[in-house]
Design a protein around this ligand. Structure first.
Ligand code: ATR
Length: 276
């Protein structure tokens, strides 16, 4: 029987996940379909129960449901529990298991371009949900250190103190982060600053960046934020948010099928959707 997968969110019409996963099902000759489900706040429990009742094999969860979904699952992976967000659900013999592949996907995207993650000192800009998933996943992966800069210091302090994985960490104010930027081999931008239409904004000056650094921005519209342009202009290597999106999808696909898919093909598919 054809297997059913999908993604629940609001809004959902422009999600690139259906095209990406359906292409993989056909590539690996898997009899399955992946659909977008428009589920509004307040309807999540009914939607989850419905998918469980009809025997859906798995699904992704996106904004605004990543935290609320946790109350409706049978089991939650420890990393997802610590992060406090689930984006991937697998139906194992009628039991819904929740995972977070956003943070691990981000780490996998980094590992596809750098070999020595363990020796790197990272600076994360931001302390929201995305920063939390990335921070906890990098800490779990054994990175050397992660410093944090956020507009609201209290949120950054809370993030650092709630991480269950041991990692060296300190909180920076904007002035210190900009002055000491050369100390970081990895800089990760997780806020919405610089996202379309706010394309002339940047959360931090890249003037003092080390040209050997890798700068990753989780934004993919525009494909190069002002921060990435500045970093690239200084000779640093850059990565945009397509990597995180592709690799979170690849890890979800692997959970559902046991196959780690062709991420180059997934990236090409996403770029086609974004119009180049
Ligand atoms: P997400 O789940 O996408 O990470 P979020 O949890 O709302 O979104 O977090 C947004 C992040 O972007 C936070 O770090 C936020 O900073 P504050 O903690 O100070 O609110 C940051 N952010 C958003 N807009 C910002 C702005 N105009 N200036 C500085 N930081 C901003």
């Amino acid at each position: 029987m054809k297997k059913l997968f999908g993604v629940m969110g609001d809004p959902i019409a422009h999600s690139m996940s259906p095209a990406m996963h359906n292409d993989l099902f056909s590539l690996y000759d898997i009899d399955a379909v992946y659909l977008p489900f428009h589920v509004m706040q307040g309807d999540l429990e009914t939607a989850v129960k419905g998918l469980k009742a009809i025997g859906a094999s798995g699904f992704n969860v996106t904004i605004p449901h990543k935290t609320e979904i946790m109350s409706f699952l049978d089991k939650i992976d420890p990393l997802a529990e610590a992060i406090g967000a689930v984006n991937t659900v697998k139906n194992e013999n009628g039991h819904l298991i929740g995972y977070n592949t956003d943070g691990p996907g981000f780490v996998k995207g980094l590992e596809s371009v750098i070999a020595d993650l363990e020796s790197r000192s990272a600076l994360i800009i931001g302390a929201g949900g995305a920063a939390r998933a990335i921070y906890f996943s990098l800490a779990q992966a054994g990175i050397h250190s992660i410093d944090l800069y956020n507009r609201t210091q209290l949120k950054a302090e809370e993030l650092i103190s709630s991480c269950p994985y041991k990692v060296q960490s300190k909180l920076l104010d904007r002035e210190t982060a900009e002055r000491d930027l050369a100390a970081y081999q990895l800089i990760i931008q997780t806020t919405s600053i610089g996202m379309f239409p706010d394309i002339d904004s940047t959360p931090l000056s890249m003037a003092n960046i080390n040209c050997d650094a890798l700068v990753s921005d989780i934004i993919y519209n525009p494909s190069q934020t002002k921060l990435l342009k500045e970093a690239s202009g200084k000779g640093a290597m850059i990565q945009n948010g397509i990597e995180m999106f592709v690799f979170q999808g690849a890890l979800a696909f692997e959970k559902w099928t046991g196959i780690f898919p062709d991420t180059n093909r997934m990236r090409a598919n996403v770029l086609r959707h974004l119009g180049g």
